[in-house]
Design a protein around this ligand. Structure first.
Ligand code: ATP
Ligand code: MG
Ligand code: FE
Length: 346
């Protein structure tokens, strides 16, 4: 069966196509993405109205590109999945409206699904079925969560999350302090490769003995970096951008991997999946690999292209939801900007 996935929760318009095989495996056929990131760069963050308009303009061309890439026709589609939330209200609305229109026109069932669960499900396109249970570290621009994934198609339980900024948000804010472009993840990752991760001892948030074991905090780290840079500027020193980037990145990767491994060990879970845009970070995956090897835990990280927002992740999740025999969404379901991670499909 062919499943089409539509993503529009933030600033990427994504249309993915996958094939659900009879044995339950899911194969990637096409992954077309149009991004409005360049239009937001000068504002240092996503402007919702700009994103919505860009989705409107990109939806049909991106859909056409996905079908051309896969060599399929729209009549080949057996089911449609669309991001129902969480995300920006106006942005989500465009994808949901498009999905409803395609579903009606093609007379195929429609599934409204969870964007965050999609970030996890996408790994099955690269590494095959997920063990049940597995532990997911979801690190993106808007979320930082530790999740127990009993079944990515139906049952996800939140073990902990950030109490303030998301990891990706911290990257974007620190990049701005360092005069690096938006989004900040890729340029910090690059600068850090030339820097010394031990140059500056930045704080590890929420790691005290009385802090919640599985929660995160990145706002103190962000402030510490800003203060350090201000101090150096006041003294008239040149900012060692590479060292600051490397030291900041080390603090983030240290806390994320330590807590994920602790949660997996506590729950007796043998597999960790890291997903979301920040999973594309090179130090996060290398440190996670080092520590997972030591702990005897299997690590799965999708390739960077699959980590950031795309339609294939929604198609993949849709395929698992279809395979699980879930009921399609009702015609009148609405986008939910605050859809909780535990609600995998609506
Ligand atoms: P959410 O999924 O929570 O709704 P989002 O969809 O905006 O948020 P993603 O597209 O999954 O988030 O991720 C975007 C974030 O990933 C940005 O903050 C960006 O800086 C970060 N990011 C991308 N590449 C890297 C990298 N190599 N290292 C660190 N962070 C990165
Ligand atoms: Mg984005
Ligand atoms: Fe995302």
């Amino acid at each position: 069966r062919i499943i089409m996935g539509i993503e529009s929760s933030c600033d990427e318009t994504g249309v993915g196509l996958v094939r659900l095989h009879d044995d339950g495996t899911v194969e990637l056929l096409a992954d077309a993405v149009a991004s409005s990131v360049d239009q937001h760069a000068r504002f240092g963050g996503v402007v919702p109205e700009v994103a919505s308009r860009a989705h409107l303009e990109a939806m049909v061309p991106t859909t056409e590109r996905a079908f051309a890439d896969a060599g399929l026709r729209m009549s080949d589609v057996d089911a449609i999945a669309v991001t129902a939330g969480p995300g920006l209200a106006g942005a989500l609305l465009v994808g949901v409206a498009a999905a409803k229109a395609y579903s009606a026109a093609l007379d195929v069932p429609l599934y409204g699904v969870n964007h965050l669960a999609g970030h996890i499900a996408v790994d099955t396109l690269q590494h095959g079925p997920l063990p049940k249970p597995c532990l997911a570290l979801l690190v993106s621009g808007g979320h930082t969560q530790l999740l127990r994934v009993d079944d990515v198609a139906s049952t996800i339980v939140e073990l902990g999350s950030t109490v303030d900024d998301a990891a990706g948000e911290a990257y974007d804010k620190v990049a701005r302090v360092l005069g690096l472009p938006y989004p900040g993840g890729p340029p910090i990752d690059k600068a850090a490769k030339a820097g010394n991760p031990a140059a500056i001892a930045f704080p590890r948030g929420m790691t005290g003995p009385r802090d919640a074991k599985y929660d995160f905090s990145f706002s103190g780290l962000k402030t510490a970096v800003a203060r350090w840079v201000e101090g150096a500027e006041r003294r008239g020193e040149e900012i060692p951008v590479d060292d600051v980037a490397a030291s900041f990145q080390e603090a983030v990767a240290d806390v994320l991997t330590a807590k994920a491994i602790r949660a997996a060990k506590d729950a007796g879970i043998g597999t960790i999946v890291i997903s979301g845009g920040v999973a594309a970070n090179s130090r996060l995956s290398s440190l996670a690999q080092e520590r997972c090897d030591k702990a005897g835990i299997e690590l799965r990280v999708p390739r960077p292209r699959l980590c950031t927002d795309n339609g294939a992740m929604i198609a993949a999740l849709g395929a698992h939801v279809v395979a699980a025999g879930a009921k399609p969404s009702s015609w009148d379901f609405a986008a939910n900007p605050a859809l909780p991670v535990g609600t995998v499909s609506v």
